[in-house]
Write a protein that binds this ligand. Structure first.
Ligand code: NAD
Ligand code: IPM
Ligand code: MN
Length: 352
């Protein structure tokens, strides 16, 4: 198979973990006889510095002719007070390519059970998928502005029926491939948008009689996610709730550094990135955990290229390395040897 991938390393630890992705693609290509070509483009803070634009046209055009997109992370303290923000580049690329379906699997590798700050008895058996709406809601609603000379501010949460319906369908389809249990998370006791969300979930559920559906308020869901994570199978929720709950879910696995994601559209182009950010506090030290990025490559192979065996091999290699007693600095595993980003990458590749 021949595939062309645009890589967007971005800022902070982004370039460090993108190196891991490149190494992994090379290794998978050699082992399974695929030709993966990769071309790097700018996004985020580095793109602001070089082009005064967090998502330059050149990057968009390159992505348009790509088979898939891999992203590291954007943002950092350097641009905190800048008028143009790195994060705008990320939001813009999601919107431009209509990447409305963000799949965030939370799988706990056996050897990570002990690394969670939660009791092992609580995290044992956790395996859930957060389906996050990614191109609507509070992130994109207009108006979003300061008023009255900066004394008041407005952000708007908007959704159309169609925007909710399509993400809800993805969630039901996902549930059908898993344990057939869907939890829709909202704030229907307060928000009108949530009340419409519930109606749509109930309507679509009639087409999926095998799936058991529950509605949960986001505050209670946040509590249950860490007190009883194995209760959940598929969670579907709006953009901001999904952002918050997925970082919370990383506590189950012991580190934000191990969780991957896929952002998918209806026309087939996908963007794959770890769920964490640019981690400015550890950038440049070669200690970032590359697992979230490497599993994102695995998701790309599976969702964009249909390479299920190769994708499973990556997951298996990650599990193997952790089970063999190796970790990165962010993981708390008693007795395990701490590796650098580059060493962890090599170790995982050697287990393929
Ligand atoms: P962050 O996710 O970058 O970091 C939170 C904590 O997790 C930090 O202590 C960091 O060191 C740690 N961490 C994250 N990834 C890690 C990894 N791979 N290995 C080891 N430790 C890891 O969140 P933040 O500090 O709130 O945000 C920093 C910047 O990143 C901000 O500008 C934010 O907007 C941006 N951000 C970008 C993305 C993205 O590009 N998709 C996602 C989240 C945050
Ligand atoms: C994520 C990030 C982004 C989001 C930010 C950087 C815009 O937190 O990918 O989870 O909120 O979607
Ligand atoms: Mn986030």
């Amino acid at each position: 198979m021949k595939k062309h991938i645009i890589t967007l390393p971005g800022d902070g630890i982004g370039p460090e973990i993108m190196n891991s992705a490149h190494e992994l693609l090379k290794a998978v290509g050699e082992k399974y006889n695929h030709e993966f070509t990769a071309e790097s483009k700018d996004i985020g803070g580095i793109a602001i510095d070089k082009h005064n634009d967090p998502l330059p046209l050149e990057t968009i055009e390159a992505c348009e002719s790509a088979d898939a997109i891999l992203l590291g992370a954007v943002g950092g303290p350097k641009w905190t007070d800048s008028k143009i923000r790195p994060e705008q580049g990320l939001l813009k690329i999601r919107k431009h390519f209509n990447l409305f379906a963000n799949l965030r699997p939370v799988t706990i590798f056996d050897s990570l059970e002990a690394s969670s700050p939660l009791k092992q008895s609580i995290v044992h058996g956790s395996d859930l998928m957060i389906v996050r709406e990614l191109t609507g809601g509070l992130y994109f609603g207009q108006p979003s502005e300061r008023r009255d000379g900066g004394q008041s501010v407005v952000d708007t949460l908007t959704y159309t029926y169609g925007e909710i319906e399509r993400i809800v369908r993805i969630a039901f389809d996902t549930a059908m491939t898993r344990r057939k249990h869907l939890t829709s998370v909202d704030k229907a006791n307060v928000l009108e948008s949530s009340r419409m969300w519930r109606e749509i979930v109930n309507t679509v559920s009639k087409e999926y009689p095998e799936v058991t559906v529950e509605h949960e308020l986001v505050d209670a869901a946040a509590m249950k996610l860490i007190t009883n994570p194995s209760y959940f199978d598929v969670i579907v929720t709006e953009n901001l709730f999904g952002d918050i709950l997925s970082d919370e879910a990383s506590v189950i696995t012991g580190s934000l550094g191990v969780l991957p994601s896929a952002s998918l559209s209806e026309n087939g182009l996908g963007l794959f990135e770890p769920i964490h950010g640019s981690a400015p506090d550890i950038a440049g030290e070669n200690i970032a955990n590359p697992i979230g990025m490497m599993l994102s490559v695995g998701m790309m192979l599976k969702y964009s290229f249909g390479l299920h065996e190769e994708s499973a091999a990556i997951e298996k290699a990650v599990n193997q390395v952790l089970a063999d007693g190796f970790k990165t600095a962010d993981l708390k595993i008693d007795g395990a040897v701490t590796l650098s980003t580059a060493e962890m990458t090599e170790k995982i590749i050697s287990c393929l």
